[in-house]
Design a protein around this ligand. Structure first.
Ligand SMILES: Nc1ncnc2c1ncn2[C@@H]1O[C@H](COP(=O)(O)OP(=O)(O)OP(=O)(O)O)[C@@H](O)[C@H]1O
Ligand SMILES: [Mg+2]
Length: 395
C-alpha cells in the first residue's frame, strides 16, 4: 500500500511520486548532448559512405536516447520512417525459426516501402518460413534494395538494431548459429547500400561480433556518461526542478553530493531525487539506494562468493585501483591477474570494459587502450565505501 508522505505536499504519495518520475522517462524530453548529436548526425548522415556502426558504452549511459534523437525516431513502431528500428529486447525469440520469423516480420513492411516490388515477382516460397526460404528472403531483399549513392534522396534508409547482443544467444544451437550467420551476412550486404547501426552495453559484444564477421567490418563508437559540467546543467535545469514541483519545501541536495554517487548518469540523478523525496528530504549520498544495492552486490559476488575464478584479495585490489582515477587499463590488469580472471569479473558484471573514444567526456583517460571502469557511478561510490570500511571481510 502507498505510504503517505506527510511533509510538504500531502497529496503526493510515494507511489504517485514514482509515477511522476516514471512519466518523465517516457516523456520525449531530451537533454541536448550537443557535441555527440552533432558529430553522430554527421557520421550517420547521408554524405558519408555507409558503414556498420557499433555503439557501446556503460548501461544506461543514454545510447538509445541519443541514437533515437540522431536518427529522428519518434516511436519504435513508426512504419513511415526510412529508419527501421528494432529493439531486440522487445522481440521474443528463442531459437532460429522464431528469430528468422521475427526478422522477416519486422523487416518486410520496411523493405516494401524501400523497394517498389511487384508482389507477383516475390517467389511464392517466401511466404513459407523455414531456414532455406528465409535465406532466400534475405538475398532477395539485398538484391532489390536501392543502390546507395552519396546524393541520395530523402528516402535514405538506415537499419538500427538496439540491444543487439541479444541475438548472440542463438549460438546455443547449430541451427541458431547458422541463422545468425545468415543474418550477419545480410547486415554486411546492407551496408553496401546504407548504414547499419547496432547498439549494446555488453562489454564483449564488439569482440564477439569481430570473431563472427571480422573487426574490419564495423566501426565502434562509445557513448559515455555526461561530463561533470553537463551533469550539473542537467541536475540544475531538469532533475531538480522536477522534484521541486512535488516537494518545494525540501532543502535541495547539493550537486557535489549527487555527483559523487550518480556521476553523469541521467537515470541515477532522477532516482536520487526519488530517494530524496521518499526519505523526507534527507538522504546521505552513501545511503542512496543504488549505492546500497551495489555495496551488497560487490561484497557478496565480488569479495565473498566462493568457487569464483578470482580471490577476494584480487577483487579488493581491483576496487582499490578503480578508486584512484575511476578506471584501470585492461591490459595492465590482465598482466597482473591474467585475462581469465579479469574477463570473469567482467562477465559477472562487477566491472565494465570499454574501448576509449574521442567522443566520451566522463573520464580523464587520454590513452588509446581499452579500460575497465565500475559498472556505474553508484558502483564506483560503493567501491570507495567498501575499500574504506570493509577490508576486514577479506582477512
Ligand atoms: N539525453 C537525454 N536526456 C534526457 N534523458 C535521457 C537522455 N539520455 C538518456 N536519458 C534517460 O536515461 C535513461 C537511460 O537512457 P537509455 O535507455 O537511452 O540508456 P542506454 O545507454 O540505451 O541503456 P542500456 O545500456 O540499458 O541500453 C532513460 O530513462 C532515458 O530516458
Ligand atoms: Mg539502450
Amino acid at each position: 500500500m502507498a505510504t503517505n508522505l506527510t511533509i510538504a505536499n500531502p497529496t503526493v504519495t510515494t507511489a504517485n511520486f514514482a509515477r511522476i518520475c516514471n512519466s518523465r522517462y517516457r516523456s520525449t524530453f531530451f537533454f541536448n548532448r550537443k557535441k555527440e548529436v552533432e558529430e553522430y548526425s554527421k557520421i550517420l548522415g547521408k554524405d558519408q559512405k555507409p558503414l556498420m556502426h557499433v555503439f557501446t558504452g556503460p548501461p544506461n549511459s543514454g545510447k538509445t536516447a541519443l541514437l533515437k534523437k540522431v536518427l529522428k525516431i519518434e516511436r519504435w513502431e513508426d512504419r513511415k520512417s526510412p529508419v527501421v528500428a528494432l529493439d531486440m529486447r522487445g522481440i521474443p525469440f528463442s531459437a532460429a525459426p522464431s528469430f528468422l520469423n521475427a526478422m522477416e516480420e519486422s523487416l518486410a513492411p520496411w523493405y516494401d516501402r524501400m523497394i517498389d516490388i511487384d508482389a507477383t515477382l516475390v517467389p511464392a516460397k517466401l511466404y513459407k518460413r523455414d531456414m532455406t526460404v528465409l535465406s532466400k528472403f534475405f538475398s532477395f531483399v539485398v538484391k532489390n534494395l536501392p543502390k546507395f549513392s552519396l546524393s541520395t534522396s530523402e528516402k535514405f534508409p538506415i537499419l538500427f538494431i538496439d540491444h543487439a547482443d541479444k541475438i548472440s544467444k542463438l549460438t546455443l544451437t547449430k541451427e541458431g548459429t547458422d541463422a545468425l550467420q545468415l543474418f550477419l551476412e545480410f547486415l554486411i550486404k546492407c551496408t553496401k547500400h546504407f548504414p547499419v547501426v547496432l547498439a549494446s552495453s555488453d562489454s564483449f559484444y564488439r569482440l564477439w561480433l569481430a570473431k563472427f564477421i571480422g573487426a574490419d567490418k564495423f566501426k565502434t563508437h562509445v557513448i559515455g556518461h555526461l561530463s561533470k559540467k553537463e551533469a550539473k546543467k542537467y541536475w540544475e535545469e531538469h532533475a531538480l526542478p522536477e522534484y521541486r514541483k512535488v516537494r518545494p519545501s525540501f532543502k535541495a541536495p547539493k550537486f557535489e553530493d549527487v555527483f559523487a554517487v550518480c556521476g553523469g548518469n541521467f537515470m541515477l540523478m532522477d532516482r536520487y531525487c526519488e530517494d530524496y523525496v521518499i526519505n523526507n528530504g534527507s538522504v546521505l549520498p552513501e545511503h542512496f539506494s543504488f549505492v546500497q544495492q551495489q555495496m551488497n552486490r560487490l561484497t557478496s559476488y565480488g569479495l565473498l562468493k566462493s568457487q569464483t575464478k578470482w580471490t577476494g584479495e584480487q577483487f579488493f585490489t581491483v576496487m582499490n585501483r578503480m578508486n584512484e582515477n575511476g578506471y584501470v587499463v585492461y591490459d595492465d590488469l590482465c598482466d597482473e591477474m591474467t585475462e581469465e580472471v579479469v574477463d570473469a569479473m567482467i562477465k559477472a558484471n562487477l566491472i565494465y570494459l570499454r574501448p576509449t573514444h574521442e567522443l566520451t567526456f566522463d573520464l580523464e583517460y587520454k590513452g588509446k587502450e581499452s579500460i575497465l571502469t565500475p559498472t556505474s557511478p553508484s558502483s564506483a561510490a560503493a567501491m570507495k565505501l567498501i575499500v574504506k570500511n570493509e577490508k576486514h571481510l577479506i582477512n
